[in-house]
Each structure stands twice: as structure tokens, then as C-alpha cells.
Write a protein that binds this ligand. Sequence first.
Ligand code: NAP
Length: 220
Amino acid sequence: MPSAVRTIGILGAGRVGTALARQALKAGYEVLIASTRPQAESALIVELLAPGARQVGTEAAARDSDIVVLALPLGKYRSLRPETLAGKIVIDAMNYWPPIDGILPEFDRGSSSSEVVRRFLPQARLVRTLNHIGYHELEEQGRPPGHPERQALALAGDDADARQAVAGFIDRLGYDPVDAGELAAGQKFNAGTPIFGAQLRHDEMVSLLQRDSLQAKAAE
Ligand SMILES: NC(=O)c1ccc[n+]([C@@H]2O[C@H](COP(=O)([O-])OP(=O)(O)OC[C@H]3O[C@@H](n4cnc5c(N)ncnc54)[C@H](OP(=O)(O)O)[C@@H]3O)[C@@H](O)[C@H]2O)c1
């Protein structure tokens, strides 16, 4: 049974990182946020864009949080230190976006980018989610449970307890979590899929994820 999640550590104080920080603070979490900028600049960004969050170094954001979120450009994933994230529940919110990341052959093979990230962070309990919603929407579309406009967010990962903990976090952010299963299923919500950027209710998300599985089975 996963222990209670109280503190969220976010690596990356950009658009997604600060929007997620604000939303997590609203949901009652303690938020630690780390960036690569010089300390004073970083502290100012957090003070202005995510007041209430605590600006810390990457190591502290990972060490002192219950869930760590990767909100940095995917092309920079090798700047992470795998030992810092060993054993941690880690949300991979990153997407492969060649105009920003450049052409990275390791991500050009059709699978989910999270599987490549997992090979680099083999001991992290990686869950792919939050990647298929825009940072504006993340903050604007959250709704309480049972609300008719509440949207769904898909998640995938190989560690069932980590998926459960992340599902609880998604729920408190204002979204219905939909468990897509193992990390490989994360490719169903890659950029360019029908799920990516779509505003879907729970049942619509479930049926799109299932449709994808049926099509994959039929193609075998
Ligand atoms: N934009 C969206 O709506 C959206 C939605 C879902 C997912 N995503 C994905 O989320 C990720 C972030 O997107 P974004 O739009 O937020 O990008 P962004 O605005 O460029 O922010 C990324 C931040 O990560 C920081 N960073 C880089 N390496 C780091 C490290 N090792 N540790 C901590 N921070 C680091 C960058 O700092 P420096 O400026 O100092 O390098 C920058 O502040 C991308 O992978 C993107 O595909 C984006």
C-alpha cells in the first residue's frame, strides 16, 4: 500500500513546472521546485510564478518529496542523476518534440519516450502522465470529482503501487485518472495520438485506450 503523498518535487520551473506547482498548491500539496538557473533567478521565478512553492536544488526536490515530476525538455534528460531518483515515484511528463529537442534518434522509434527515460533511470518507479495535457489546460480544466465537465488523464507505469499513488495525485489535481497499465502503454498518449491534447471524459478515455489495444492485437 503506498504511503500518503504530501510533497511534490518538480524538476523544471518552466511552463509545465510552474503551472503544475500552482495546481498542486491549490490541491493542498507542499511543492518543491528545482531549475537549472542560478539560485537568485530561480528563486525569483518561483516567487513570481508559483508563490507558496519552495525553490530548492534538484537533489533536495527529489530527496524530500513523495512524488517527483520531470518537467524539463526531454532533450535534457541526461542531465538528471539516476542515483538521485533511485526508488522514487517519478512522473515523466516529457514529450519528444523535435523543434525544441532537435532530432534525437533514440526517440524516433515509435515507442513511448518514457521507455527510453526508464532505461536511463532504471531504479526510478516511473509513471508516464501529465504529458498529454497542455500547461494552460492543466490549470484551467481541473474539476471536483463527479463534476460533469471533469476530464480524464491517462497514466502508465510498470509499478502498480506507483501508479496508484500517481492516480491519487491526478485525482486531487482535479482529473479522473485512467490506468492504462504498463509503461509501454504510454505510447497510446504520445504526441500525435487521438488522446494527445484532447479533452476527454473518463469513459471516452477508457474506450480510446481500449480501442488502441484492440487495434494492436488485430495487427499482431
Ligand atoms: N508546454 C506544454 O503545454 C507541455 C504539456 C505537457 C508536457 N510538456 C512537456 O514538459 C516538458 C517541459 O515543457 P515546458 O513547456 O514546461 O518547457 P520549458 O518552459 O522550456 O521549461 C523547462 C524547464 O526545465 C528546466 N530544466 C532543464 N534541465 C533541467 C534539469 N536538469 N533540472 C531541472 N530543470 C531543468 C529549464 O531550465 P533552463 O531554462 O535553465 O534550461 C526550463 O525552466 C517538455 O518535455 C514538454 O514536452 C509540455
